[in-house]
Ligand binder design. Structure first.
Ligand SMILES: O=C(O)c1cc2cc(O)c(O)cc2[nH]1
Length: 511
């Protein structure tokens, strides 16, 4: 959420977070080397949708203005909270070398690659984030009981990934004894669903690249649209098999059975207004296809669902919410049928994959605690990127992304909560290979042919075959003709000569 060096009492009171990449004076945002400068934060001021009627009550409104109003703006290829890093897809001291980050199907990785990925996730679960810390109190209480002890915690790289998701979905605290307001979600049920989760993954990938010292490290994906009720990534060489002792737990042979979740105490957050911190509590729970009360979520999405969803032409439709129809976003998110029609009982694609997991991964405030979340969302992001590349030749970007009237947090220029430095939905609404430096190695399922297409193909094929056959026959006859004309067919020539000779002899004898 915020750089460690900004959350001192003085830093918070100044409202400015413009550190120097070299740690020297007079070098805010690397201004001494023209990397960037300290500027006022631009926060979205367009009207948001009617779902949130409590303006003024939530720290996340007009993010991040409740905490900071000045931040670094980096020049050219530089990026990061102090402009000490490079934009996505670039590396080197001057950020002028291209790098390629290729996200691959986890099922096509070698055993050694799978093992390396599992180990790197486990390392991220144990490594304290080098730069960022999380707030553990609402802004009203953030200076601590004595007014001079800022309430922030260190957090590990993976737990930061979990915490940011929790913070974005948590309810609005309405005061002691009042019910918290749940009709708010800064990362789901709106157009920002795809952009928010895209940045969420990029942040984790970047943090893991830094942790590993490998700028090409790429998060893999799980193609969950394979139908059936088997969780193919739930094996001990990947995300953990089912425990033989407890249907809802992970096998002790998986390192993930040792993981403990954060952000479980929702009751406290919602009733006494606390915020999740880095404290780990219970193990991950998962029981794929085991929700007997909801048979509809016992099967994974089908390949055809991806085909149908990618065919939808409109990015999002009013009210830009979980009730939108004919919206690509609401369909890939999974509140609509794969063909786009909204139906309140339907769960498809991304939502269906979450609910299929049936446990930690199926509850929004907890779901990233189960590392399957990473693979599920890289695939969701791959579908989003494929949609962008197929549909934006005809529609200009970012104009198809709503500028106003989306649910709070989801307007085009809204800074996505709770990321730092501020990053808007619009900045993630771009094709990944050209703008964000990563690609997916993926083959998309294709639509089966319709009856009229099959008939047309049959007719065209028959005409082609007839044309080829008649062409071949014509050539053969011509060849034969030329050979005979050149006297190259002695037998026929002989027969013909003898016959004509006989005719000649006959006519001579008559005469
Ligand atoms: O009920 C749903 O549709 C549902 C559950 C769930 C969990 C999760 O972590 C998400 O990110 C989305 C989601 N949707």
């Amino acid at each position: 959420q915020f750089p460690r060096e900004c959350v001192t009492s003085a830093g918070l009171r100044s409202g400015q977070c413009c550190p120097s990449p070299t740690g020297t004076l007079d070098d805010e945002c690397g201004s001494a080397t023209a990397r960037g400068q300290c500027v006022s934060v631009a926060a979205d001021s367009h009207r948001h949708g009617p779902q949130y009627p409590h303006d003024g009550r939530d720290d996340r409104e007009r993010w991040p203005l409740r905490f900071f109003n000045r931040t670094c703006r980096c020049n050219g290829s530089f990026a990061g909270y102090n402009c000490g890093r490079c934009r996505y897809g670039l590396t080197g001291p001057n950020c002028d070398q291209r790098i390629s980050v290729v996200r691959r199907n986890v099922m096509q990785m070698s055993s050694a690659e799978k093992q390396a990925f599992v180990n790197s996730l486990d390392q991220a679960k144990r490594t304290v984030h080098p730069d960022l810390v999380i707030c553990t109190r609402r802004y009203q209480e953030v200076y601590g009981p004595d007014g001079n002890t800022p309430q922030f915690d260190n957090v590990t790289i993976y737990n930061y990934f979990v915490w940011t998701h929790y913070y974005s979905v948590s309810k609005t605290y309405m005061g002691a004894g009042q019910a918290s307001f749940g009709g708010v979600d800064f990362s789901h049920e709106g157009p920002g669903f795809v952009t928010w989760h895209r940045f969420h993954l990029l942040q984790l990938e970047r943090d893991m690249q830094d942790m590993l010292g490998d700028a090409t490290f790429a998060l893999p994906y799980w193609n969950f649209a394979i139908g059936g009720s088997e969780c193919e990534v739930c094996t001990d060489d990947l995300l953990g098999a089912r425990s033989a002792f407890d249907m809802n737990s992970l096998s002790p042979n998986s390192v993930f059975s040792q993981w403990r979740v954060i952000c479980e105490s929702v009751e406290d957050y919602d009733t006494i207004g606390t915020i999740c911190n880095n404290s780990e509590t219970s193990p991950i729970r998962r029981n794929p296809a085991g929700n007997v009360e909801r048979p509809m979520v016992q099967r994974l999405p089908e390949p055809q669902d991806v085909v149908d969803c990618l065919d939808l032409k409109t990015f999002d439709t009013p009210p830009y919410y979980s009730t939108s129809s004919e919206s690509f976003r609401n369909t890939v998110e999974g509140y609509s049928a794969p063909q786009g029609g909204y139906d309140p009982v339907v769960r498809s694609l991304h939502n269906l994959a979450h609910l299929f997991l049936n446990g930690t991964g199926g509850q929004t405030h907890l779901s990233p605690n189960d590392p399957i979340f990473v693979l599920l969302h890289t695939f969701t992001d791959a579908i989003f990127d494929e949609w962008l590349s197929r549909h934006t030749h005809t529609q200009p970007l970012p104009a198809v992304y709503p500028e106003e009237d989306a649910p709070i947090g989801h307007n085009r220029q809204f800074n996505m909560v709770p990321f730092w430095p501020p990053v808007t939905n619009a900045e993630m609404f771009v094709t990944a290979p050209e703008n964000l430096g990563y690609t997916y190695e993926v083959t998309w399922p294709t639509r089966p042919y319709t009856l009229s297409e099959i008939i047309t193909i049959g007719i065209v094929a028959a005409v082609l075959v007839a044309a080829v056959v008649s062409g071949v026959m014509a050539c053969a006859m011509r060849a034969r003709y030329f050979r005979s004309a050149e006297g190259l067919e002695p037998l026929l020539g002989e027969t013909f000569r003898r016959y004509s000779d006989r005719q000649t002899d006959k006519s001579q004898s008559v005469v």
